[in-house]
Write a protein that binds this ligand. Structure first.
Ligand code: HEM
Length: 240
């Protein structure tokens, strides 16, 4: 086996992280779904005229978050930048599962790699800038007064993930195919590095990137980030 013990343990931890994430989120959703309905109606005015309008109001409130725009314009700008960059970065990671042949067949593999490098680099840096803003705004009132250690832990975990990701993007010495072989070996439950990765220093950055991802995914169901699901429940109640 051409994997150092640290990288092998990190690869095995991916399975633990997926199991904890799925069982933790399932538990949370069951608790939410079983929680007794509100005795009083918390719906905000103006009320949506029908279910169709209400559905789109829930989507708007959940994806555009106009409430944040009213309270803190800069927080809204960075929140939009962060979530959009995260979405694009995660979409780009699907190249680790299977090559985007539907694109490379049209523009060629070199152009796709250039697009990946420019796009990946841009969203990676955008995430870092938004996370640095999230971190520093918590050193000033009023956010300093309402911040708890969990807030800093989540931002530092995401800073670690994005920072190591960007390091691979700009200083990595291997190619997407090598990263894909690694990710596919994890999916086949036979984690291994190919020759190029095993001989490169990039393997350490990759393993630390995935370690931070594992810690983030394990902590996710027990953290404030469950707002990813919770926000829909909240906005559903607000539009009753
Ligand atoms: C086991 C899961 C993951 C693996 C194996 C992985 C692997 C990688 C690799 C190989 C790169 C460098 C891409 C390149 O240079 O071609 C990268 C970049 C990056 N990763 Fe991950 N990653 C994982 C999960 C995540 C997650 C969950 C996030 C976000 C929360 C994330 C955020 C980033 C960012 C921001 C970059 C830099 C931008 C980019 O090049 O796309 N990664 N990741």
């Amino acid at each position: 086996m051409n994997m150092d013990p640290f990288s092998f343990i990190v690869a095995i931890l991916v399975y633990v992280a997926v199991l904890v994430f799925i069982s933790g989120m399932t538990f949370k959703i069951i608790v939410w779904a079983r929680s007794p309905g509100m005795k009083i109606n918390l719906g905000m005015y103006p009320k949506p005229k029908n279910g169709f309008i209400r559905f789109f109001k829930i989507l708007k409130d959940s994806f555009i978050f106009p409430q944040t725009l009213e309270v803190d314009r800069w927080m809204w700008v960075f929140a939009m930048l962060f979530h959009f960059a995260l979405f694009v970065a995660l979409f780009g990671h699907f190249r680790l599962v299977k090559e985007f042949t539907f694109v490379s067949n049209v523009i060629g593999i070199d152009n796709l790699n250039t697009l990946g490098a420019v796009g990946g680099g841009t969203v990676g840096i955008t995430m870092l800038i938004a996370l640095v803003y999230y971190l520093f705004r918590r050193f000033a009132s009023p956010y300093k007064d309402i911040s708890v250690p969990e807030d800093f832990l989540l931002i530092l975990l995401l800073l670690g993930i994005a920072g190591l990701g960007v390091h691979m993007r700009f200083f990595g010495t291997v190619h997407t195919e090598d990263y894909r072989e690694y990710f596919q070996s994890i999916m086949r439950f036979k984690p291994a590095f190919n020759k190029a990765l095993a001989q490169s220093q990039t393997r350490w950055v990759l393993s630390w990137h995935v370690l931070f991802v594992n810690l983030f995914v394990i902590y996710f169901p027990f953290s404030k980030l469950v707002h990813v699901i919770g926000t829909f429940f909240t906005n559903k109640i607000r539009s009753e």
